[in-house]
Design a protein around this ligand. Structure first.
Ligand code: AMP
Ligand code: TRP
Length: 346
């Protein structure tokens, strides 16, 4: 199997209300990856419009996700930060992948079923094609590693299937064009750590989500210290004190969630948290959780506000990132055209 240079890619949709789940499951881990890898982080605005977005709000949200990336500590000079729509090759490769992927594969995607709901006839065709665009985001850079939350696992499996099928279907042409025995890497999903699935603060059986009607279900990255404190104090719990062992969390989803959040925020493990807080009542544990949440999150919110006050700086970051991403994506797309058999006039 061909060797691919290690490269990290991930994306976040600019669909409003970035929350603690996005931070712990994705953005915080993006920051860690940049110490050891070349990284490309993308604001996936074309994915956002698979469901209706108000144009003015969309622009604001694209800038807000970019601000969150920078405020959390992503370095857009060393790595690449850009918005998807500015690199046309994502859409171009997605078309090829629409022709590689099978209807049956796309039909199995649970996120489509959840988002389309009961009225599937009225869902956009884009929502159905969403996973092929996601595969294209990753593979247009031939990225090898993708840090995401647990909810993206199935989409990454599809990405691997698409890469595999492309490599097989075009094996002869790939070799003839000088790309050896595989053109696309079989990307590795990175779904690690205590908080790859942060749950709602109101219901431990539902994941924390941008679209939950209750704002108390999530901590938004833009919440101020008082709001964070109120939401943590109001978080649903049960009457028992915290257990000392992990097994004691098995049937207590709300307690398990708060312990996981605490562990992720402090770069420890749930075991460590229970060693320190096992036997505590929730009132005491929540006070400690408010402390770490405010200490870690309030500076990010402050920095996001500062950055949002100067949209021209954010736009300059995106323009620079898009220019650098486009160079890489164009190389892949030229090769794909040769491999597929399109005649290239330039
Ligand atoms: P999205 O906002 O859907 O574009 O998600 C951006 C990133 O955040 C993806 O990597 C998701 O897997 C991750 N994510 C979203 N919600 C959660 C959650 N509740 N817990 C952990 N990760 C999440
Ligand atoms: N589908 C991802 C989500 O909703 C966002 C996304 C789009 C993505 N393209 C990607 C994530 C490529 C990782 C890699 O969270």
């Amino acid at each position: 199997m061909a060797q691919f240079k290690e490269l990290v890619f991930s994306g976040v949709q600019p669909t409003g209300n970035l929350h603690l789940g996005n931070y712990l499951g994705a953005i915080k881990r993006f920051v860690t990856m940049q110490e050891t890898h070349d990284c490309i982080y993308c604001v996936v605005d074309m994915h956002a419009i698979t469901v209706w977005q108000d144009p003015k709000e969309l622009k604001r949200q694209i800038r807000e996700v970019t601000a969150a990336f920078i405020a959390a500590g992503i370095d857009p000079k060393k790595h690449i930060v850009f918005n998807q729509s500015q690199v046309a090759q994502h859409a171009e490769l997605a078309w090829v992948f629409n022709c590689v992927a099978r209807m049956g594969w796309a039909n199995r995607m649970t996120q489509f079923k959840e988002k389309a709901g009961k009225d599937r006839e009225n869902a956009s065709v884009g929502l159905f094609a969403y996973p092929m665009l996601m595969a294209s985001d990753i593979l247009v850079y031939r990225a090898t590693h993708v840090p995401v939350g647990e909810d993206q696992k199935q989409h990454l499996e599809l990405t691997r299937d698409i890469a595999q099928k492309f490599n097989n279907d075009f094996a002869e042409s790939i070799a003839e064009n000088g790309y050896g025995d595989a053109f696309f890497p079989i990307t590795e999903p990175l779904i690690h750590g205590p908080a790859t699935r942060v749950m709602s603060l109101r219901d431990g059986s539902k994941k924390m989500s941008k679209s939950d009607p209750s704002d108390y279900s999530r901590i938004n990255l833009t919440d101020d210290a008082d709001t964070i404190a109120t939401k943590v104090r109001k978080a649903k719990t049960d009457p028992e004190p915290l257990p000392s062992e992990i097994e004691g969390l098995k049937t207590r989803p709300e307690a398990e969630n708060l312990v996981a959040i605490y562990a992720a925020l402090t770069n420890t493990t749930p075991e460590d948290v229970l060693r320190d807080h096992g036997g505590s009542q929730f009132s005491g544990f929540k006070a400690a959780l408010v402390d770490v949440s405010v200490t870690k999150l309030a500076p990010i919110a402050d920095e996001m506000r500062r950055l949002m006050a100067d949209p021209s700086h954010i736009d300059a970051v995106l323009a620079d990132g898009s220019d650098r991403a486009r160079v890489l994506a164009a190389q892949t797309m030229d090769a794909v055209k040769d491999i597929v058999g399109f005649v290239r006039s330039r």
